[in-house]
Design a protein around this ligand. Structure first.
Ligand code: GAL
Length: 689
């Protein structure tokens, strides 16, 4: 990455020297050099030390370590320290602490306990950012700013008075008149009509199902609040140090706010990755998240945190056995990361995270983990050419936060339950089936492409998707103004568009489209939907292809849901075999201009997904690779040079047949032709010679 004008893979992690006596800092620097560390993140949770009271700022200790790092050629990604406010601040301004849905204000004593809309918190972070930026402007170690830490991790939903007032203001700006709001929210239902802005409360838990539009607007409002909170610091820092790039590290799961909205305010996107080493399919989970963060700015990203071995917050925290940390680091690089960074450099002796692994474990430098850290650092130091290269995808999956929040509970994800009481608590608004999950559907489609090693960008629904060959919008429940035209133009010019069941059902205000679901997508798809049938747990139907697509099986199973649809201009490629709607279409294809639009009325079994994605790739000239189970291939490109990452996620050796040509393996230095053997958790990076 070209941060600090150096082409290199960034290697390092969160560093908390304030937890250690200064003698340890000397040892840290020695070990960092040994491990080839070239960047550390400093200051992230150090607000209480930097500002011991309202009128005092002290940077002495931070100056000393910044200078030591500069003298040793180690760059600093400087945290603005705002994710954990000091005790004195929370005591002085009680409104800083956020309020849970049940009305309880959280107590001081952890991090991310602040309310996103607290004016006192905002004033304080503005001032701290200003002091820090002024103090460190021009410091030779300062390479990157790191604002806050994992926005919304714990405090994604607040229901305090400040949020209520800010919500009322936000609504007034959005709707202009209270009549407009009542109409858009459909408040005539259950006698909810509001007569003034002041009457509108936050949508806390009530007696039963709540107004979905109000819930969604509250979620949108809080989502925008996190962006404006970020901008509070970003604008100050930008103005004082215009040449230093700025980022904030996101969590890997994106449901809490709309991450794509940060797009114009990030110089580089960065993500924290903690896949579960106890899950053999964890690499699929990671691949999707890597693709999401890469797609945000459509350029290389920073892997800001991962664990050297185990974390401390899964119910049972599996260790990363030898070579797994290395493999997952290369997986991040393969998907477009220009860094390998960890939480954290030295394992804490005290505090909430003392059982979390680190680059330097409690055991010290003679440990297995530190040996692996050093070995990886040595390898990465030789891979400078890869930095700045990117993954190029011909397929895009569209992610729509509004559809996500309308299908899954906006108040927490994965809370859906078949238990009736839990269902009502976690589903703030009724929905036809708890088995349906927006994000799970998106994941399912991503995995079908990933299984054939086809690179996929995961972009926001309002990004420009005209350059892709295939665009998939799984469960696009909400269709907003502008989308119909964008998708029709895309297909008209030759693109392939695919969408699924329960799509095109509601508009941006959650009002249901009349005269057939699929709403504004009816023309491009050539289908309309009359009713829907959520299948009971364990129930299934059958997709009957009956020879209509060459190379496909005669039938495939399907689960979760069946839309009862009528084809208008579309050709029916498969029909349901069971139920009173047997014979109605479950897979259709509509020729529209130069392109085609497909509609899938159900959740097909994986066998169908494999054949369908294979068919799309073959007919649209998209490169697909069927590799032995557990082997992943991702290619990065820069200046016409390709870097093929072969990653073996299996616990056994794998043999891979290579495409025609001669390759150099950048890791082993050996030439390869014809075939490749990958050890358990083995990696090869091949480039054509
Ligand atoms: C992240 C966080 C880090 C650390 C890490 C532990 O969510 O940003 O500060 O707590 O988790 O896994």
């Amino acid at each position: 990455m070209l941060i600090g004008n150096k082409r290199r893979i960034i290697y390092g992690g969160d560093y908390f020297p304030e937890q250690w006596p200064e003698e340890t800092w000397q040892e840290d620097i020695r070990l960092m050099k040994q491990a080839h560390v070239n960047m550390v993140s400093l200051g992230i949770f150090s607000w209480a030390l930097l500002q011991p009271d309202e009128d005092t700022f002290t940077f002495d200790w931070l100056d000393r370590i910044m200078d030591m790092l500069a003298a040793n050629d180690i760059d600093v990604c400087l945290g603005t320290a705002t994710a954990a406010q000091p005790n004195w601040l929370s005591r002085k301004y009680a409104d800083i602490l956020f309020v849970r849905e049940n009305g309880q204000r959280v107590a001081y004593g952890s991090r991310q306990s602040y309310c996103v809309n607290s004016p006192n918190y905002r004033k304080a972070i503005h001032r701290l950012a200003e002091e820090m930026a002024t103090h460190y402007k021009g410091h030779s170690a300062l390479a990157l700013w790191h604002i806050n830490n994992e926005y919304a991790n714990k405090n994604s939903m607040c229901f305090c008075e400040n949020c209520e007032k800010a919500f009322q203001k936000w609504l007034r700006e959005k709707y202009g008149t209270i009549e407009n709001l009542n109409e858009s929210w459909g408040t005539v239902f259950w006698s909810e009509i509001y007569r003034s802005w002041e009457e509108i409360n936050t949508p806390q838990v009530s007696a039963g199902g709540r107004n979905g539009t109000k819930l969604l607007d509250y979620k949108r409002f809080l989502s925008e609040s996190f962006l404006s909170l970020y901008q509070e610091e970003y604008n100050v820092i930008r103005a004082i140090t215009p040449d230093v790039p700025v980022t904030t590290n996101f969590e890997a799961d994106w449901g809490k706010f709309d991450h794509y909205k940060f797009r114009d305010y990030l110089d580089v996107a960065s993500l924290n990755f903690y896949p579960d080493p106890g899950n053999p399919a964890a690499y699929k989970w990671s691949a999707l998240r890597h693709s999401m963060i890469r797609s945000l700015l459509q350029k290389p990203f920073i892997l800001m945190e991962q664990a050297a071995s185990q974390v401390d917050w899964y119910p049972v925290n599996a260790i990363k056995p030898p070579d797994l940390m290395r493999l997952w680091s290369y997986q991040a690089l393969a998907h477009g990361s220009d860094s390998v960074m960890f939480f954290q450099w030295r394992a804490s002796k005290q505090g909430a995270e003392k059982y979390h692994s680190a680059m330097v474990p409690h055991y010290g430098e003679k440990s297995r983990v530190f040996r692996e850290i050093c070995a990886l650092g040595e390898e990465l130091a030789k891979l400078t050419d890869i930095a700045g290269s990117n993954v190029e995808a011909e397929v895009a999956i569209l992610l729509d936060n509004d559809s996500w929040w309308s299908v899954d509970s906006p108040y927490g994800f994965g809370l859906k339950s078949l238990d009736n009481e839990l269902f009502w608590m976690s589903n703030a608004q009724p929905f036809p089936s708890v088995l349906v999950s927006y994000f799970a559907e998106l994941e399912y489609y991503y995995e079908a492409f990933h299984a054939l090693n086809i690179p996929v960008d995961v972009i926001a629904v309002d990004y420009d998707f005209s350059k892709y060959k295939v665009v998939v919008a799984p469960l696009l429940h909400m269709v907003k103004p502008g989308f119909k035209q964008a998708v029709e133009e895309f297909v008209h010019r030759g693109g392939i568009f695919i969408t699924t069941y329960f799509s095109g059902v509601i508009d941006e205000n959650i009002a249901v489209f009349q005269k057939g679901y699929l709403g504004p997508l009816k023309e491009v798809l050539g289908v309309k939907v009359e009713e829907f049938n959520p299948l009971l747990p364990g129930a299934s139907n059958v997709m009957n292809i009956g020879g209509k697509i060459e190379g496909f099986a005669a039938t495939y199973g399907c689960t979760i849901w069946c839309d009862v649809a009528h084809a208008t201009t579309a050709k029916t490629l498969a029909t349901f075999a069971q139920g009173f709607y047997a014979g109605s279409p479950c897979l259709t294809e509509n020729h529209f201009g130069e392109g085609k639009a497909y509609y899938i009325a159900t959740r097909p079994d994986p066998e169908f997904m494999r054949d369908f994605v294979g068919y799309l790739a073959a007919t649209r000239g998209i490169e697909a690779h069927e590799l032995p189970q557990g082997v992943e291939l991702v290619t990065r490109l820069r200046d016409n040079r390709k870097f093929h990452f072969y990653l073996n996620h299996a616990k056994e050796k794998r043999h891979v047949t290579l495409p025609h040509g001669r390759f150099l393996d950048l890791l082993s230095g050996e030439n390869r032709e014809g075939a490749l053997t990958l050890d358990r958790y083995g990696v090869s990076i091949l480039t054509e010679v």
